[in-house]
Write a protein that binds this ligand. Structure first.
Ligand code: HEC
Length: 238
């Protein structure tokens, strides 16, 4: 009798430990699936200017995901490698993000892995891009839209305005080694060529006869106007 109860007791402890280990492992491996509206107070998005230090998802974070992750053969809707489609807000927050905690978010951690596990595999994101993603997650991973109110249409030099827009929104798909449509936008001379042939403006204004760029989204009116003003002023390397 005594021996039997010891056996049962031991068996229960082992089962208990096994369940505990499984629960812990599971918690580590999988980020929870998220309903995007829970992050935006029941709404699909959170519109309006962001205040100091807050990151605008639509103009700062989404472009990074689109141009660096949602490329063909990677995390676009067709390929969705490893089950990740990173082409819009709902798909991005669905899996791999722990709102409020960047360091626990798979989609952030992979930016720092080594070898083939580092994302994107061809070239690491810049520190500024990593910082934007971290801040956005730590601020609750909200779908902030129409929030790029700091954009000033009267500022349009190449170095301070045009290049940063193109770096953030286009270069991931238009650089040597990843030349979408065989078009390079990685340096001034190459960009200037697309100005001269009319394709840059045609694509960003989504004009008929051109492929709308960036893929799956549009620059803000203010950014489009900045680029047009820069072109009208001679498209200088200024
Ligand atoms: C997710 C990848 C991706 C992003 C981001 C992207 N492009 Fe493209 N782009 C492509 C691909 C692929 C093509 C070729 C196929 C096509 O025309 O759709 C292309 C084509 C183009 C063309 C040729 C259009 C035409 O009608 O001949 C231009 C110009 C261009 N892109 C500019 C841009 C600019 C400017 C941005 C940023 C504002 C941008 N692209 C962002 C992938 C991308």
């Amino acid at each position: 009798m005594k021996a039997k109860s010891k056996l049962v007791y031991g068996f229960r402890i082992s089962i208990g430990l096994l369940v505990l280990i499984l629960v812990l492992l599971n918690g580590c491996v999988h980020d929870p699936f998220i309903d995007p509206t829970t992050l935006n107070e029941g709404e699909p998005n959170t519109p309006g200017c962001v205040t100091d230090g807050n990151v605008c998802f639509e103009s700062s974070v989404l472009p990074i995901f689109i141009s660096s992750c949602a490329r063909s053969k990677c995390h676009d809707a067709t390929s969705h490698k490893e089950g990740y489609t990173l082409n819009n807000y709902n798909n991005i927050v669905r899996k791999g993000i722990s709102p409020g905690n960047a360091s626990k978010s798979k989609l952030y951690k992979v930016l720092f892995e080594s070898g083939e596990d580092r994302m994107p595999p061809d070239a690491p994101l810049t520190q500024a891009q990593k910082d934007s993603i971290a801040a956005w997650i730590n601020q609750g991973a909200k779908n902030t839209v129409n929030c790029n109110c700091a954009c000033n249409p009267d500022q349009f030099t190449f170095a301070l305005t045009v290049k940063p827009i193109i770096n953030n929104q286009c270069v991931g798909c238009h650089k040597p080694g990843s030349l979408g449509g065989n078009i390079n936008l990685a340096d001034y001379t190459s960009i200037k060529a697309q100005v001269t042939n009319g394709k840059l403006v045609g694509s960003i204004t989504h004009a008929t006869g051109f492929s709308p760029m960036p893929q799956g989204t549009k620059l803000s009116e203010c950014e489009i106007n900045q680029i047009k003003s820069w072109i009208n002023a001679g498209a200088l390397n200024n």
